[in-house]
Design a protein around this ligand. Structure first.
Ligand code: GAL
Length: 911
């Protein structure tokens, strides 16, 4: 338990008058310091001989071999921290999957598609008697989990967590090895999905009488003007005797004060059984409601009391709000009409891929909110919990989607786990049952499957509706689904649907954005760059889509495809395009022009955005269309102080002028309905002169979830961003903290997102098994070897294995200190050839350990090649560096330099 958590807990216990009780439950992050290496999807030899033993781990319990065995030596593996996405580290390859962004992994790349993770965990003897679980929030994908060589389970889904009971397999008072084999060979989606343990991992220790995971449902309902919080709490008794317990509930307000408490009836519970406590908390006060503008959260705490003993505590934030849907008037939150406006998003970001630190989740949502988003669809999979927590805090409505339609345990299990995990989030307003299921959407099977799934979902959670996003196939799913999701008005006739199914709610689950490469105004097929498209790949653009829904009261709202660009689906291009261009923001979150269109009509803030840029040498005298996105009433455009005329802004529209190009200053003066005026100019810039670094914040907590988002801008002498600059920026971080990744939003950039060290091993000499009959025989092993030939940036360590309790190692005549298991070698410390290594060890380990030993070598080299220095080109003047905090406190200094430009330095305090 962290100190902070202990402190919070004791505060709460005091507040609740429960001083003196000790809570045995602990939940700690298991994110740091995992050993990682790539295995192989089809060749066992390259997969560390895993599952090749005479008895496999499925034949005999505890027989996990290769890396799953405790005896495996992972010292030649890299160290990584979670969240981790190894797909980001893999190069691009034209043979890679188009939909996943041409990474050299997945189908056809067995050598980069399996990843292994190993972590040592010490479990004190005092934990004996507790229930101990490991939890992974999300691993992409098909992950086998082992503890101390025991196989504990597998989760095929890349989007749902897994929890495993480790209790009986642990070494109490000793070391334990958690091992995960991840197979990302197969794709679940048609978009970049990452690879590896890309969400948090946890170790949970509990009293044997505890809440079932995701087993507490906090369901606040309003009836006759007063609120009741209905609670359903599943408690399982893992004791070997029956237990009679009560559950004590407390509701805390945002200030942490207890505003309501309740004690359940006593439940007698037999050993091994589960019971559900149903408690209704009738509130005698009017709670502050959770809404988009004011997302007030309360906190519930539920304690299991076994006599005087507090055995488990569940706590979660929740909110009071009502949801209503009206087929003619759309969506109502707390009785007020709200047009749902937002976007769909996948879960990757430039630089880090799918391994998004918690504070980056929130940063991304804030970029969307800046253009007026109130909604987010988690297309097309269950999201990370921290994303939903951020939506709860920020007041964003979520359409939360399961991965695959179907009515079998595979599908129901995923849907059920999604609902149970996420039902307490006030932000979640709809369950998404599916997306564009072409095999069924327009036929009777689709209608049946939807009905069955919808009924199932309704039994799990009768407080929310379900939706399915439908593309071309109207007439199957669309006949029964509660909320018909329209994927693109260009492929549907929602007016007709509304007439034919007057009971049904209609929501634009996907709509075409103004597809564009950020900062590009002329199509360039070779570089795969797009100017703003009037008619995007699913027909239309932001303006057409928004006007359609804005004009129809029955349209509950619209979610554009997508908020952010994402890796994969680089439509309409193929390699070397590796990222989509549907986003209103690019992969870094830099806004494209349509951001300002939506911001104009989705927010009350004054917007005045003139484009394109005005650097067009060689096009003098040519007519160029200049556009304005704004919510002003009237605007007048000037070129070099000459008026080009004024125009009135149509509601939900934009303005355009044809301008004969000459370099200089374009200026627009906007006048709002209240008479206020604002000015915006776009000028022809000089050439690139200097770099500027701007961080979204310069103070981070010493926690790996904390990031600072740094914008790198290339400016001319007058301090204006050069809109065509492509300079290569060299980056250097020093002090504490680290660079997590870099990006620039160019959908066809094949530059690296990360620079990581390369670690590998090489056994030394020949190894013959000594006679196992006599365990006391000393092993004598001797070899001659040459110094390895490595580059200057590569460090070499000699690794030894503990072959016996008493071990003597002599290298070139010099005896190493007793107990030495690794020896860092200075350059030149070995002879070029003929080094002599002698190992004597006794006694020989017992049979079980020895089996693992045979997979090892008495000695090997570990090589670590330092990563290349960080660098990234700016794209149209901009790039992004994600700085991450580490647990150490201090100052992080980032320096950016480029040939011919004045460099810049930025510091971030980590405290
Ligand atoms: C939709 C689909 C999305 C994405 C998009 C690209 O049909 O639902 O996942 O593929 O097309 O245009």
């Amino acid at each position: 338990m962290t100190l902070l958590y202990r402190r919070l807990l004791s505060v709460v216990l005091c507040a609740a008058g429960l001083v003196g009780m000790t809570l045995t439950a602990e939940r700690m992050r298991l994110n740091d310091d995992w050993a990682f290496a790539l295995g192989h999807a089809s060749d066992p030899a390259q997969d560390f001989q895993h599952a090749t033993g005479y008895f496999s781990y499925l034949a005999k319990t505890g027989f996990g071999d290769g890396p799953a065995s405790t005896a495996f030596d992972d010292r030649t593996w890299r160290r990584v921290n979670l969240p981790h996405d190894w797909a980001i580290e893999v190069p691009f390859d034209p043979r890679g999957s188009h939909s996943h962004g041409y990474k050299a992994m997945g189908p056809g790349f067995p050598e980069t598609s399996v990843g292994w993770y190993r972590k040592q965990v010490f479990i004190p003897e005092s934990d004996l008697g507790k229930k101990i679980y490991v939890e992974f929030d999300g691993i992409y994908r098909d992950a086998d989990v082992f503890i101390n060589g025991f196989f504990v389970g597998n989760e095929p889904s890349g989007y749902l967590g897994q929890q495993h009971d480790l209790t009986d397999y642990l070494n109490y008072g000793g070391n334990n090895v958690i091992v995960v084999r991840v197979d990302a060979s197969m794709e679940e989606g048609w978009f970049y999905e990452g690879a590896g343990i890309y969400r948090h991992a946890w170790l949970t220790k509990k009293h044997p009488l505890h809440f079932v995971k995701d087993g507490v449902w906090v369901n606040p309902q309003l009836s006759a003007n007063s609120w009741t919080v209905h609670l359903q709490s599943e408690v399982k008794n893992h004791l070997r005797e029956s237990a009679a317990f009560t559950v004590h509930y407390r509701i805390l307000n945002a200030a942490g004060e207890v505003v309501h408490s309740h004690e359940s009836a006593q439940h007698p519970l037999d050993a091994g059984e589960m019971v559900v406590d149903h408690s209704d908390l009738h509130l005698a006060f009017d709670p502050d409601l959770w809404s988009i503008k004011s997302p007030t959260l309360y906190r519930i705490e539920a304690d299991i009391m076994l006599g005087d003993e507090l055995t488990d505590r569940f706590s979660t934030d929740f909110g009071f709000r009502t949801l209503e849907w009206d087929p003619d008037r759309g969506f109502f939150l707390n009785g007020k009409s709200v047009k749902i406006v937002g976007s769909n998003n996948h879960q990757d970001h430039a630089g880090v891929g799918a391994a998004i630190p918690d504070s980056l989740q929130e940063w991304r949502l804030r970029q969307l909110m800046a253009m007026g988003h109130n909604a987010y669809r988690t297309s097309h999979n269950p999201p990370t919990t921290e994303l939903l927590q951020a939506c709860d805090r920020l007041g964003i409505l979520v359409i939360n989607e399961t991965r695959l339609m179907g009515i079998n345990p595979y599908h129901f299990r995923q849907l059920e786990r999604l609902v149970r995990r996420d039902r307490n989030h006030p932000s979640v307003i709809l369950w998404g049952l599916g997306n564009e299921e072409w095999a069924i959407e327009g036929n009777i099977k689709g209608a049946r499957i939807t009905q069955t799934m919808q009924d199932f979902c309704h039994r799990l959670d009768p407080t929310r509706y379900a939706t399915v996003a439908i593309s071309g196939g109207w007439g199957g799913i669309s006949q029964v689904v509660q909320v018909a999701g329209v994927n693109y008005i260009g492929q549907a006739d929602p007016d007709q649907q509304h007439k034919d199914y007057p009971w049904q709610i209609i929501l634009g689950t996907e709509e075409t954005t103004t597809q564009q490469t950020r900062g590009i105004y002329v199509r360039d097929d070779e570089r795969c760059h797009l100017p703003p498209l009037e008619d995007g790949s699913s027909r239309g653009n932001c303006e057409i889509g928004w006007k359609y829904y804005a004009e129809r009261d029955w349209g509950a709202g619209v979610l554009f495809w997508t908020g952010f660009d994402y890796r994969g689906e680089p439509t309409p291009f193929g390699y070397p395009a590796i990222a989509s261009q549907f986003g209103i923001l690019d992969t870094c979150g830099f806004p494209k022009d349509s951001f300002y269109y939506l911001k104009s009509w989705w927010t009350d803030e004054p917007v005045l955005h003139l484009f394109p840029h005005w650097n067009w040498p060689g096009r003098e005298g040519e007519s160029i269309e200049v556009r304005l996105h704004s919510n002003c009433a009237n605007a007048e455009l000037f070129l070099n102080e000459r008026s080009l005329g004024s125009q009135d802004m149509p509601v939900n529209g934009h303005l355009a002028w044809q301008v004969l190009y000459e370099s200089g200053d374009l200026k627009v003066i906007g006048t709002w309905a209240d008479g206020s005026k604002r000015t915006e100019s776009v000028s022809t810039t000089g050439s690139a002169a200097r770099i500027e670094l701007i961080a979204d914040r310069t103070q981070l907590a010493p926690d790996r979830n904390e990031v600072a988002m740094v914008t790198v801008r290339v400016l001319d002498e007058a301090g204006r961003v050069v809109p065509t600059a492509e300079d290569l920026i060299h980056l250097e971080a020093s002090g504490v903290g680290e660079i997590l990744g870099v990006g620039n939003g160019n959908p066809s950039s094949l530059e690296a997102d990360v620079y990581v060290e390369r670690v590998w091993g090489e056994p030394i000499g020949e190894w013959t098994a000594p006679n196992p009959a006599d365990p006391d025989t000393a092993i004598l092993w001797e070899t001659q070897f040459d110094a390895p030939n490595v580059e200057d940036n590569t460090s070499v360590t000699l690794l030894f294995n503990a072959l016996g309790e008493n071990q003597r190692i002599v290298l070139n005549g010099e005896e190493l200190e007793a107990g030495t298991l690794q020896l860092a070698l200075e350059a030149g410390s070995l002879k070029p050839t003929g080094n002599l290594l002698r190992i004597e060890a006794t006694p020989f380990p017992v049979w079980r350990d020895r089996e693992g030993l045979f997979q090892l070598h008495p000695a090997s080299f570990r090589f670590e090649q330092a990563p290349e220095a960080w660098k990234r080109k700016v794209f149209n003047g901009l790039a992004q560096v994600i700085l991450g905090a580490t647990p150490e406190q201090g100052t992080l200094t980032l320096k950016a330099s480029a040939d011919g430009l004045i460099s810049d330095t930025l510091t971030v305090e980590i405290r």
